[in-house]
Ligand binder design. Structure first.
Ligand code: HT7
Ligand code: ZN
Length: 875
């Protein structure tokens, strides 16, 4: 497979002004007639015309109405080349494709009783020959013809222009999208779908029809997505001044989908699991995720579609910005503190690991083999942090001025991350040239903090230092521009003044953002009447690893007193990490184990604090995951960490049992399910209390889980009960699992939860169970959601079994990857991610993981997707 380099970017030689696509739909053989009005790009020079195309049966090509003979063009497995074309011409290309043989789920494919497309990043070339790159923007008109009975609904981008009926039972529709767009935003859907409709009146008084299309059995599951869509449309008008620009906005739910959702212009296609919800079938987390994904895809209409990417190296231009936008939408609609905690938790556990591993790449990468492998947490989540830092640096108003200029200046264009930064710079008269290194350099910078207090001068110095580890291909890093938000607390937990020595007037505010641009800088605060505790990196103002040697006592103080909610939680997490790693150390030394009374008393105080948002209480009482703890050790001790975490959880549960009991009971007042921040917070704390109570090993607590499962009206509480029961061997467990399946076997979203809870079970025979479940009627290896729920959950979220010392988990993963690679390379490559950190384990495990990687690497005919990752892991 060949490498694509940013440095080799060239403008497209030929542009497509108009594309008329005609589809004769059939699930086993679809005929596509593509008529392209093309012309030489004035920025390029004449030459052969090369179109991308893969897995296509070429039927014929006409150039300006004349049929081309075989000698006038060349076709290979990747492209079609026409040696000579005039400056302006019309191409008509007829191809045939086979949707029901398409298990890769790229291009046009068959899913259940649906036909649908997925074109990002390079799927359009599996539909017809085309310059399949984002900087070729075209006006599309799409005609679809198909049997009216089998495919009563036929959708594409834009507005419906015309439709009609033929005498032979077929019907046709014509869609026209007036907005020029790249081919990756093309979409087509056909099937027998139920449609739920609503309306939105835009800020300029235009009426937009909103439609959600789902399989008829899911018609009761659309309400939440529709509400979320209207909330998103309103928010984007209010916060970014962005109005929707077509008469109709459609969402379609599909069961077989490689990712979460896709922002095709006017016709978003969603993984059914990311759009369908009722209280009985979806958890609070699902409701929350659906709200944010609906928003994310909708926001792409401006950040991605109206202004798109010049090339795929610029992917974070749309993804980082759009994630940042969906995160602030969720923060505005729910709890801002909880949102930030979840975002940072996700970033630290996934992105920091990616940045420290063999696939580390900058937010704007400079090479790739398979672009599908670069839809990563670095591009998305770190990209969002980078945009968030820009906002922190220029302020909310400055950022809005910058985005207004960006949208105005580049509407209808395909641009770069440099263009984005330039718009913010120009609107604010700031220089972000050093800041741009965040786009160019991979790796997580370390920010170390030292302090010094001079009681005589009443001066407090904060000495900040930065460094960044080497990453593949980038040995030496230049200094970043790091915004460090800081507060100072006195011994009572009050904010202290923050006037810098060089300033003549006091600083007005409790938190101030310092810019660290050198390797080391000292910030000196004056009029500091007592030695403060510094609360550094408030709100996680930059995606860095903080090295700040606070004592456990100081951490406990910040956990109890910091006025910044995020840092309160973060201090608690750091305290838990310190305590848990000490226990791991004691386990390794075979010492007797004990839990820190300091941590216990802090947790007790949090649990007793009736003023604190229960959602925050739940977050503060949640121990770091085993995976995250593993990432904090020089050599991850899988078994020690598992044992230490189980021990700590049990000790906390036993010591605070009466409190967990009391809060559980007080939160158990029967109340009809509603999706709102307050009720969600109550359910999260209630379920957390139950999980601690279950950790006491008291058999009565299992009865409590069962009771909760019986009386509840919602999946959040039902699944929480089942999860706990699944960790306890015995007939109750088997009965609960059987009953759950019998009740829900008709519902794919719920069945995936049933697979997942079993995949992450702590019981010793879990791998055997997972293998047995692969033969169950509920599992189909061609369905990505099934694969993620069972194989993905086992390999990523069951570390103690996946990393079993005998290597069984690794062998299992390798076997599955080789099977999956033949069916769906994107999904296979994603599964490999479970081995990202393989060099961080003990030598024995490293050998076993390496053997599995080598087994994969030596397989013949690997996809580019798996090849790229496995070779980078082994390099
Ligand atoms: N922009 C979308 C990315 C996406 C995708 C990429 C590769 C293969 C399949 C895919 N499905 C969706 C989703 C988003 O970020 O909004
Ligand atoms: Zn996106």
């Amino acid at each position: 497979p060949k490498m694509t380099l940013l440095a080799n970017y060239q403008v497209p030689r030929y542009l497509v002004d108009e594309a008329l696509l005609h589809f004769d739909l059939d699930k086993s053989k679809t005929r596509v007639i593509s008529t392209l009005k093309m012309r030489l790009n004035p920025e390029s020079s004449a030459g052969e015309c090369v179109l991308d195309g893969e897995s296509l049966d070429l039927i014929s090509i006409k150039l300006d109405g004349k049929l081309l003979s075989d000698s006038e063009y060349e076709v290979n497995s990747k492209s079609l080349t026409i040696a000579e074309v005039p400056e302006q011409f019309e191409l008509e290309i007829i191809t045939e494709i086979h949707p029901d043989q398409n298990t890769a789920l790229e291009g046009l494919y068959h899913s259940g009783r649906l036909l649908c497309t997925q074109c990002e990043a390079e799927g359009f070339r599996r539909i017809t020959y085309y310059p399949d790159r984002p900087d070729v923007m075209t006006v599309f008109t799409v005609t679809i013809v198909a049997d009216a009975k089998q495919w009563p609904v036929m959708l594409s981008n834009g507005n419906l222009e015309e439709q009609g009926q033929f005498n032979d039972g077929r019907h046709w529709v014509r869609w026209h999208d007036p907005h020029p767009k790249p081919s990756y935003l093309f979409a087509l859907v056909a099937g027998d779908l139920y449609c739920q409709q609503d309306h939105f009146r835009t800020m300029n008084g235009r009426d937009v029809t909103l439609r959600i299309y789902v399989d008829p059995e899911n018609k009761h599951k659309c309400d939440h997505a529709l509400v979320s869509l209207k909330q998103s449309m309103k928010w984007d008008e209010e916060v970014y001044g962005r109005e929707y620009d077509l008469d109709v906005f459609m969402i379609v739910a599909v069961n077989d989908f490689n990712m979460g959702a896709m922002e095709n212009k006017g016709l978003n296609i969603f993984n059914a699991a990311c759009v369908l919800a009722t209280p009985e079938t979806a958890t609070d987390d699902d409701f929350y995720t659906i709200q944010s994904i609906v928003a994310h895809e909708y926001f792409h209409n401006w950040s991605g579609n109206r202004v798109t990417c010049r090339d795929w190296f610029q992917l974070s231009l749309k993804e980082g910005f759009t994630v940042m936008r969906d995160q602030s939408f969720s923060a505005d609609l729910n709890s801002a503190a909880v949102q930030r905690i979840d975002d940072v938790n996700g970033l630290r556990s996934m992105q920091f690991a990616e940045d420290a591993g063999p696939m580390a790449h900058p937010v704007r990468p400079d090479s790739y083999i398979e672009i599908s492998n670069f839809y990563t947490v670095t591009i998305y989540e770190k990209g969002a942090e980078v945009v968030r830092m820009i906002k922190t640096l220029v302020g909310d108003e400055g950022f809005r001025k910058g985005t207004d200029l960006y949208f105005d200046r580049h509407d209808g264009q395909a641009v770069t991350t440099d263009d984005f930064v330039k718009a913010i710079e120009d609107a604010n008269s700031v220089d972000l040239s050093q800041f741009k290194r965040w786009y160019e350099q991979a790796g997580t910078p370390e920010l170390s903090v030292k302090t010094h207090y001079d009681p005589v001068q009443q001066r407090f110095s904060l000495i900040l230092r930065q460094s960044c580890p080497a990453t593949p291909g980038q040995e030496n890093k230049l200094n970043f521009h790091i915004p460090v938000a800081v507060g100072l607390l006195d011994s009572d937990g009050n904010n202290m003044p923050m006037q810098l020595a060089e300033e003549v007037t006091p600083y007005d505010g409790d938190t101030r953002v310092l810019s660290l641009t050198e390797t080391e800088q000292t910030f000196e605060f004056i009029h500091v009447s007592e030695e403060p505790v510094a609360s550094v990196l408030r709100g996680f103002s930059a995606p860095v690893k903080l090295k700040y040697d606070l004592t456990n006592k100081q951490l406990a103080f910040l956990m109890g007193r910091d006025t910044d909610s995020f840092n309160r939680w973060d201090a608690g997490q750091q305290l838990m990490i310190n305590v848990l790693l000490e226990i791991v150390d004691d386990i390794q030394k075979q010492n007797t184990l004990a839990l820190s009374p300091l941590l216990l008393s802090q947790l007790e105080a949090v649990l007793n604090d009736e003023q604190l948002d229960p959602a925050l209480v739940a977050k503060m009482l949640t121990l770091p995951t085993e995976n995250y703890l593993a990432a904090q050790m020089p050599v991850a001790d899988v078994d020690g960490i598992h044992q230490a975490r189980e021990f700590a959880k049990r000790q906390i549960a036993i010591s605070l049992k009466p409190l967990f009991n009391a809060r559980y009971e007080s939160l158990s007042k029967q109340k009809k399910y509603q999706f709102n921040a307050e009720d969600m917070a109550a359910r999260s704390l209630k379920n957390l209390c139950l999980s601690y109570l279950a950790a006491t090993d008291d058999p009565l607590q299992m009865q409590r889980c069962l009771r909760q499962m019986k009386v509840t009206d919602n999946m959040t509480e039902l699944l929480a009960g089942l999860r706990l029961m699944v960790d306890q061997a015995g007939p109750e467990r088997e009965h609960a699992l059987r009953a759950f399946y019998e009740q829900w076997k008709h519902d794919r979203q719920v069945v995936d939860k049933w697979l997942s809870v079993q995949a992450v079970s702590k019981l010793p025979d879990t791998l055997l169970r997972v293998k047995a479940l692969m033969k169950h009627e509920a599992f189909n290896i061609k369905n990505p959601n099934n694969v993620r729920a069972l194989i993905g959950q086992f390999c990523r979220n069951n570390p103690v079994h996946f990393h079993a010392k005998d290597g069984s988990g690794y062998r299992f993963l390798a076997e599955q990857i080789l099977v999956l690679d033949k069916l769906n390379p994107q999904v296979a490559a994603r599964m490999l991610g479970a081995l990202n950190s393989w060099r961080r384990y003990d030598l024995e495990r490293q050998e076993l993981m390496k053997a599995s990687l080598e087994q994969i690497a030596t397989q013949k005919d690997l996809s580019a997707d798996v090849y790229e990752i496995v070779t980078k892991y082994l390099a």
